[in-house]
Design a protein around this ligand. Structure first.
Ligand SMILES: [Zn+2]
Length: 181
């Protein structure tokens, strides 16, 4: 049961917009512990991504499900919108909320397109994916994705693909030279 007063709920909602919100801290602590280094809300990049990992050419957005309309697709002609499990649009002032959240979604998309065009990868982590039951899996998959991106960016080949080249270079030439026999 939610025992919070409306004021507390409002405060929690507005906290999602400010810096150092809890979900973002969860991601930051994990990445730091795993040795990933990042910059915070990079001012010169579109959308001021929450975390920027230059070495991985990756921006990470930690999004609040309500403000960014997680799993909600808006029909712009109608206010008859179905809530998702983690984004429930208030019944009062519905038009206001729908407009606001739609605008946020559109801006999120624009920002990602701009960053992609600049050669940045974008990863969005949703607040609901950081709930205690899902947290570990979410963070592990984030680390996995970052490592995949790193491999792709730098075209590091797996060891077994490098091996034949390495062997040829290391062996004396005559062993491979048919004309000498
Ligand atoms: Zn969500």
């Amino acid at each position: 049961m939610d025992r919070r007063t409306p004021e507390q709920i409002h405060l929690n909602m507005s906290a999602i917009h400010s810096k150092d919100t809890k979900p973002e801290m969860v991601v930051r602590k994990y990445l730091w512990r795993c040795g990933f280094r990042y910059r915070l809300s990079h001012k010169r990049l579109p959308g001021r991504p929450d975390l920027v990992l230059t070495k991985y050419r990756t921006c990470i957005f930690v999004n609040g499900c309500f403000w960014h309309g997680h799993n909600i697709s808006f029909d712009h002609k109608s206010l008859d919108i179905e809530n998702s499990a983690c984004c429930k649009i208030p019944k009062t002032n519905r038009e206001f909320w729908v407009k606001k959240i739609t605008r946020n979604q559109e801006r999120d998309l624009e920002v990602k397109q701009k960053l992609n065009a600049m050669g940045w990868n974008c990863i969005t982590i949703w607040e609901c994916e950081l709930k205690p039951t899902k947290r570990e899996a979410t963070l592990q998959s984030l680390a996995f994705t970052l490592n995949e991106i790193f491999l792709q960016n730098y075209r590091v080949k797996p060891f077994d693909e490098q091996e034949p080249l390495h062997l040829v270079a290391a062996e004396p030439k005559s062993d491979y030279d048919d004309s000498s026999q």
